[in-house]
Design a protein around this ligand. Structure first.
Ligand code: ZN
Ligand code: ZN
Length: 170
């Protein structure tokens, strides 16, 4: 879905769209789209820029930060994106944008690619830490086994020195 600012009849312009996981490639090794991503937004055409505001929802499959199993995560977040035509970008602003967000898509001043916008926004809003369950036991630091699935017994053989110290206090 591409919105053409030149032929856009009304502003603000409200739109809705949905993209399948095949259409949105997050290009991430530890996260992928699991359900269609839905966007509801409003595009406002201004003198030197266009602003898009709205909400995006999707289910994303993300690696558990402890055990690396993939878990479903419901994402639902508001977003705001500004598109500034290259000729209206001062050099300072350009540098600022580049520094702020390297993922920002190039903008030709006329076409807004809503699919690309959704991809970028999901990427920017991925949770930094995800756990498959609150009490995920994670991977064994010694043998690498997933402790939720296997009891590798590494711990029992060796007592953590910190706990040993506590034992002595008692
Ligand atoms: Zn886990
Ligand atoms: Zn182990």
């Amino acid at each position: 879905m591409i919105i053409d600012l030149v032929t856009l009849r009304s502003s603000p312009y409200a739109f809705k769209a949905s993209f399948t996981p095949e259409e949105i490639n997050l290009e991430s090794e530890n996260a992928e789209l699991k359900s269609p991503a839905n966007i509801e937004g409003t595009l406002s055409k201004r003198i030197v820029q266009a602003d898009v505001d709205g909400e995006i929802s999707a289910v994303v499959n993300i690696e558990c930060s402890r055990c690396l199993q993939m878990v479903d995560n419901n994402l639902n977040f508001p977003f705001h994106a500004s598109y500034i035509a290259p000729e209206n970008l001062s050099e300072a602003k350009e540098t600022e944008l580049r520094d702020a967000d390297l993922e920002i898509a190039p903008f030709d001043g006329q076409h807004i690619d809503i699919r690309e916008l959704v991809r970028e926004q999901i990427f920017l809003n991925l949770p930094t830490q995800v756990f498959c369950s609150e009490d995920c036991k994670g991977l064994c630091p010694k043998c690498g086994a997933n402790r939720n699935l296997i009891n590798c017994n590494c711990e029992e053989k060796e007592i953590d020195p910190r706990w040993a110290a506590l034992k002595n206090l008692k």
